[in-house]
Design a protein around this ligand. Structure first.
Ligand code: IPE
Ligand code: MG
Length: 210
């Protein structure tokens, strides 16, 4: 979900206003994806690399994740199950603060029975950390390294391979997102900043799958 900062700057607003708008837009895109019978939607909210941003911006983004994971009533109305992908809370390098952990745990528990779309939020997520951990576990478990044994040791082994990867705001790169899972995915690049990514954009991305 890239381009929140530029979206705000273009309107003479602080970057934080762009993030706020971006969170609102995710709620809209979730609704649109449900209408289109998307089974799995995964959004990159905050990366292992994003912690170096100014403290006030990071704090604002953390608050928005608390808000996002608090949208349980909306998710239940849409029959959406939410989950999270990122550095496991107990691991030494994990950085998700306690209050965000609580919001994540509660949202997962309170939407677990929903049978529609699965919405996965990547927070404190980095693909290389995920793959390094899977490799370490393979060594610790003393099993042969195969596609299957590695897949089983990903943060979310049941997350299916990505069909279409979307990158917004004119950036033509991947930025450490689901590197294993996008092995065969289509890629949709758009000039639109994330807050402007609407249902027409979603349709354009999905049309790559036909
Ligand atoms: C995406 O918007 C939000 C996060 C990465 C948390 P950006 O903050 O990257 O916005 P730009 O790229 O500066 O426009
Ligand atoms: Mg950016």
């Amino acid at each position: 979900m890239d381009g929140n900062g530029r979206w705000a700057k273009a309107r003479g607003l602080p970057r934080t206003a762009g993030h706020t708008e971006g969170e609102e837009n995710l709620a809209s895109v979730v609704r649109a994806a449900v209408q289109r019978n998307v089974g799995w939607l995964t959004a990159f909210g905050f990366s292992t690399e994003n912690w170096v941003r100014p403290r006030t911006e990071v704090r604002h983004i953390l608050g928005l994740h608390e808000k996002l994971f608090g949208r349980v009533a909306e998710l239940n109305e849409l029959n959406v199950r939410i989950q999270w992908i990122g550095r496991p809370f107990g691991s030494p390098d994990a950085r998700t603060p306690k209050y965000v952990q609580r919001a994540i745990r509660k949202a997962i528990a309170d939407t677990a029975a929903n049978t529609g779309m699965t919405l996965t939020i990547a927070f404190d997520y980095g693909s290389r950390a995920e793959l390094a951990r899977a490799a370490q576990q393979i060594i610790a478990d003393g099993v042969p390294a195969t596609i299957e044994t590695l897949q089983q040791r990903l943060y979310l082994p049941d997350l299916p391979a990505v069909d279409v990867l979307v990158r917004t705001s004119g950036e033509m790169r991947i930025s450490n997102f689901l590197l294993w899972q996008i092995h065969a995915s289509k890629v949709y690049f758009t000039e639109k900043a994330w807050p402007d990514f609407d249902e027409h954009e979603l349709d354009a991305a999905l049309s790559l799958l036909q």
